[in-house]
Design a protein around this ligand. Structure first.
Ligand SMILES: Cc1cc2nc3c(=O)[nH]c(=O)nc-3n(C[C@H](O)[C@H](O)[C@H](O)COP(=O)(O)OP(=O)(O)OC[C@H]3O[C@@H](n4cnc5c(N)ncnc54)[C@H](O)[C@@H]3O)c2cc1C
Length: 392
């Protein structure tokens, strides 16, 4: 037997984008149903991003999600850039008048699920066989799925939000989609460690053996990354090997990297990807469903939430006032920011990683670029205003 329901917005995917959209729409009196293939526990534990732009923090506060963020988030006024044996500080407050905040994606997802559950939201985890009818057709679009108890549900929706990440199904519903892509010739080995960070702010280090990044999730938990070859298997990297390599690539006289138990280890490919347009008829794509960036610029989560902010305004005007102007502009407006972040993420990635296929000429260019960033206020400001969130 199929159970039939009706909602205004059918949301595919309960990552940060889908959950925040459901939350922001509810605050404007717009009903939604969110379907997610993974379990709640899996979504809440998935280790990913951890750095929020100033505008992202403000948006979360403005939407009633600031309590734990303000209590536990760590505000950073800059980053360290390390290369050629020296470590240099970039002061974002001075250069761009803004800061960034460390607050893990897992915590944002927990805050959102708690808020949506408290509001009795229609949030279905562990669904299977999600299907969406042709969003380009005249009639309302139907999102159907099987619940974890095996029951078939059909939800008739005014619009669908495709928030199902890079491997989701909704992007494939846009006919004639253009895609722009770059795969980088290296990957990141990421670890989370139960040890207080050895630094007050992030250290981005370009070392002749490869890039390394020291970031954190809290004052108790460190997060660190190593550039590794694309085909790397994390099993080949026991904890001792990881700490030795990190200690070497982040080394600085008088500074020590504290080590501790590794609680999470994974390899992440580095890719830039943009799909356009981000709308087809009644379907709107948001977040990783439409674009991904290499994590060097810490932009993916921020972009996903920025899409959602725009989409909320567009859907509110469309569904409440029957005004389609913002919905019609949604893809172009979102893509303007997406391309800025795509360029910045590519630039940071290219400047800091060692490409084994490139020669000494490219290495000299990288070092010259880094030297320019730490010695020119104009160059440092370019990095700072992009890193903290450029607003057109
Ligand atoms: C290692 C790593 C480090 C990162 N670091 C940063 C950082 O420091 N700063 C930053 O801003 N970004 C960072 N990112 C990127 C950031 O995590 C993503 O951009 C962010 O998760 C995007 O959110 P989303 O909701 O669009 O997609 P996702 O988080 O991918 O959520 C999509 C959801 O849809 C679900 N789904 C998929 N298919 C279906 C289906 N058919 N039906 C229903 N549900 C489905 C998935 O299970 C998932 O829960 C990092 C990413 C990685 C991998």
């Amino acid at each position: 037997m199929t159970i039939r329901q009706r909602t205004q917005v059918g949301i595919v995917g309960a990552g940060p984008a889908g959950l925040l959209l459901s939350h922001l729409l509810a605050r404007r009196g717009i009903d939604s149903v969110v379907v997610e293939t993974r379990s709640r526990a899996y979504c809440e534990a998935r280790q990913r991003a951890g750095l929020l732009e100033a505008g992202t923090v403000q948006m979360l506060r403005d939407s009633g999600l600031g309590k734990r963020l303000d209590a536990e988030g760590l505000e950073h006024g800059g980053i360290y850039l390390q290369f050629a044996g020296d470590r240099h500080h970039l002061d974002f407050r001075d250069l761009a008048g803004r800061t960034v905040t460390i607050y893990a994606q897992t915590e944002i997802v927990k805050d959102l699920i708690t808020a949506r559950t408290a509001a009795d939201a229609k949030l279905e985890f562990e669904v299977t066989d999600v299907r969406v009818s042709d969003p380009g057709a005249q009639e309302p679009v139907v999102m159907s799925y099987r619940t974890k108890d095996g029951e078939r549900r059909e939800v008739t929706c005014d619009v669908i939000a495709g928030c199902d990440g890079f491997h989701g199904i909704t992007r494939g519903l846009v006919p004639g989609l253009a895609t722009y892509e770059r795969a980088y010739p290296y990957a990141w080995l990421a670890i989370t460690a139960d040890v207080p960070p050895s630094t007050d702010e992030l250290i981005y280090s370009r070392h002749p053996d490869g890039f390394a990044l020291h970031t954190m999730r809290s004052l108790r938990t460190s997060r660190l990354y190593l550039q590794v070859p694309v085909e790397t298997d994390s099993k080949d990297w026991p904890d001792d090997r990881i700490w030795t390599e990190l200690s070497k690539r982040l080394a600085l006289p008088g500074w020590t990297l504290e080590t501790g138990p590794v609680v999470d280890k994974s390899v992440t490919p580095m890719r830039s990807f943009v799909a356009a347009p981000m709308r087809h008829g009644r379907l709107f794509l948001a977040g990783d469903a439409a674009h991904i960036v290499p994590p060097t610029g810490a932009k993916g989560l921020n972009l996903a939430l920025a899409d959602v902010r725009l989409l909320t305004e567009a859907l509110d005007a469309l569904l409440t006032d029957r005004d389609s102007r913002l919905a019609d502009e949604y893809s172009d407006t979102a893509l303007r920011r997406v391309w800025r972040a795509t360029h910045f993420s590519w630039w940071m990635t290219s400047m800091l990683h060692v490409d084994s296929g490139a020669g000494p000429f490219d290495e000299r260019l990288q070092l010259s670029q880094l030297d320019y960033v730490i010695s020119s206020r104009a160059a440092a400001t370019t990095l700072a205003e992009n890193y903290t969130g450029y607003r057109f």
